[in-house]
Design a protein around this ligand. Structure first.
Ligand SMILES: N[C@@H](CCC(=O)N[C@@H](CS)C(=O)NCC(=O)O)C(=O)O
Length: 265
């Protein structure tokens, strides 16, 4: 049995998979082989990589000869083939509720995190010196994200988009706060650490790393969840150095406060 993970240290979708692998007792470099994809060098668009993942994004998991894409699908797959400890509820109702949560995480905070990430770092770092035509040509190469690039400039996004992303992450924190209360905690579904805990944690980590940690103040149950998450061995294993953009791209990285000073938002 071989497990290969095509991933990137600082990619939030890769981190979701790494937390889940660690929960299953599968160690990086020992139980799974890592294939680092350098997003800054656009290796995700290499023809060889596109044969594995036609969407041109990480992660991709190759288990024996099976190529799997889409982090949420990979999470469910890992839980099926490595059933212990179980990360999905044993009953159908519980599993349907988990999947509803996972769809929400894919649709709301996962989408939100890209906006400040591109505004604070990725767009200025990769495209400041590119002309409009070069920037448009890059967008054109992307299998999935043409329209995402068309919404921004070489500097990333403007205030309206950032404000909406902040609203989305606050809404996610509020929903977790309520779920922890309703289900008895300490995790989102209650006592079981489930796939959605692994899926959503990297998104909060990225917002916090960028200096947006004040977006979830005044939510005590969320705060307890987040503290427990950061102390969890699987989370610590998944965030080996340099898994945060502040350390991976020290020279280019700007916090929310620095950007506010520069641009006014
Ligand atoms: N829906 C996909 C999204 C994957 C995704 O967007 N990955 C990002 C990194 S977190 C990526 O590869 N971005 C390519 C880029 O920045 O050009 C999944 O969940 O696997």
């Amino acid at each position: 049995m071989t497990i290969e993970l095509y991933h990137t240290a600082h990619s939030t979708c890769s981190q979701k998979v790494r937390i889940t692998l660690a929960e299953k007792g599968l160690e990086r470099g020992k139980d799974w082989i890592e294939r680092e994809v350098d997003l800054g060098r656009f290796q995700q668009l290499d023809p060889e990589y596109l044969k594995l993942n036609p969407n041109g994004v990480v992660p991709t998991l190759v288990h024996d000869d099976n190529v799997l894409i889409e982090s949420s699908a990979i999470l469910e797959y890992l839980d099926e083939v490595f059933p212990k400890p179980a990360m999905m509820p044993a009953d159908a109702v519980g599993r349907a509720r988990l999947r509803a949560w996972m769809r929400y995480v894919d649709e709301v905070p996962t989408v939100a995190v890209r906006v400040p990430s591109f505004a604070n770092l990725f767009a200025p770092m990769r495209f400041t010196n590119k002309t409009d035509a070069e920037f448009a040509a890059h967008a054109d190469r992307l299998p999935l994200r043409k329209q995402f690039y068309q919404r921004m400039t070489q500097k990333g996004f403007g205030q309206k988009e950032i404000d909406y992303a902040c609203f989305q992450i606050t809404q996610t924190a509020e929903r977790i706060d309520k779920a922890v209360a309703d289900n008895g905690g300490p995790w989102i579904l209650g006592s079981q650490f489930s796939l959605v805990d692994a899926q959503v944690a990297p998104l909060f980590d990225r917002f916090e790393d960028m200096g947006y940690g004040d977006l979830w103040t005044g939510l005590p149950r969320f705060a307890a969840w987040w503290t427990a998450m950061k102390a969890r061995p699987s989370f610590i294993a998944a965030f080996y150095s340099p898994s945060r953009i502040s350390e991976r791209y020290k020279a280019h990285f700007k916090t929310a406060a620095q950007l506010k000073e520069e641009r006014g938002y």
